[in-house]
Structures are given as C-alpha cells and as structure tokens.
Design a protein around this ligand. Structure first.
Ligand code: ZN
Length: 218
C-alpha cells in the first residue's frame, strides 16, 4: 500500500474528531499532503470513520486524480487541495462541524482572538466565508482567498476548517478553535468579551512559535 504511514495517521486523526466532540457520524474531513511526493491522502466521502482501515483512505494528486483507493474522496477535495496549493507551509487540513465554532459561522461573525491560547495558535481573528453550496463555482476559491496568512476559516452556515504544517497541529487548532468559540459564547452570557488587539494577538503568536518551549515553528 502506498503512503501507508500517512494513511494511518489520517485515519487516526479522523477517529479523534468524535472523541473531541468535533464531529458526529460521517461528518468532517481529514486531508494531508505527503511532502515527498506532493500527493494527498483524504478521508472517503460520507463514511463513519470507526470501521475504516488505512487502505480505505484515498490517495490523489493535487489535481484530484485518484491514485489509489476504492471509495469516492471527500466531495470538497477541490477546496482542501486549494488551501494546500497556495500554502506550501501547510500539509494538513481538518474540517469539522464543532457546534460553537459552527455557531459563529451561522451568525456570519468572525471569531475574534479572546484568549492567549487562541492567539498562540492562530495569531489573528478567524474569518467567515459566505454560505456556498459545494457545487458553487466559487466554493473552492473564495475561502482560500479569504484565509490569507491565517490558519483557520469558518465556512458560512457550515463549520470550521483548520490548517497545520502537520496533522497534529491542524487537530490542535480544531480543538483550540472550538474551545475559544465556546468560551466566547459563555463569556457573552456574563458580560462583554474583550478581544486581543491585532498586535497583541500577533505578538503572542510570534512568541509561542519562535521563542517559547520546544520551538513549535509553524
Ligand atoms: Zn462539513
């Protein structure tokens, strides 16, 4: 089996999404690029993860041509590869339906940076793209152009996407994003949340990724 290790990692990450309460049933997507070949491993469309095996993960090239696998890949593969194409620093994309982050996508409100942990992982507010059906001609391009230098975007009336240099970073961001959105919602019930400024958020991000701890450069 080609890319066996990456397929195993993609499936293991997918199985952690329900564990962290980020998806249910067959929801969500995990996608990773093999830095060596440039090919992509992605979860199959519409299948619960718990009974899948590494060989059930699909391998495609960056133009979505199927290289190995017997199922249909995620229907939004054009969007996942769109992010990977414009961001050579990114090799993993995770999409979930985590409820608090999705709530921000439903009110079409960007999620400001409200905690230091969120600043450490994102460095800037998380934008929301307008609602679009997967067959909309702009579905695969508008969220990519709105991402900029960021590491997450909320798909309008749908759910969050997080990115990372590897699957562990993309997963950490998926969990951190949901935690921040939940904290914001709770804080709003007892007062007015105070967001970090853009410069405060960037300073925290730079410190965390370039000077703190084990140098988690991203
Ligand atoms: Zn979805």
């Amino acid at each position: 089996m080609i890319l066996e290790e990456l397929r195993t990692q993609v499936l293991a990450t997918a199985n952690l999404l329900p564990t962290y309460g980020l998806v249910w049933m067959a929801g969500g997507t995990v996608c990773a690029r093999d830095p060596g070949s440039g090919n992509v491993v992605v979860t199959p469309s519409g299948m619960p993860y718990q009974n899948l095996k590494p060989e059930d993960m699909l391998v495609t090239d960056m133009d979505m041509n199927l290289i190995d696998g017997k199922y249909r890949p995620s229907v939004a593969l054009n969007l996942w590869t769109g992010f990977l194409r414009v961001r050579p620093d990114i090799h993993a994309v995770i999409h979930t339906h985590s409820p608090y982050a999705t709530a921000f996508s439903v009110i079409n409100k960007p999620l400001p940076i409200i905690t230091e942990t969120q600043a450490d992982w994102f460095g800037m507010p998380i934008p929301v793209s307008p609602y679009m059906h997967v067959e909309d001609p702009a579905f695969a391009s508008l969220p990519v152009s709105m991402l900029g230098e960021g590491f997450a975007i909320l798909l309008g009336n749908h759910g969050p996407i997080t990115l990372g240099k590897n699957l562990a970073h993309a997963l950490e961001r998926a969990v951190t994003l949901e935690e921040a959105a939940r904290t914001y919602a709770v804080a709003q019930t007892i007062g007015t949340p105070v967001a970090l400024s853009d410069s405060q958020a960037k300073a925290s991000f730079d410190y965390y990724h370039h000077r703190y701890g084990q140098r988690k450069e991203d």
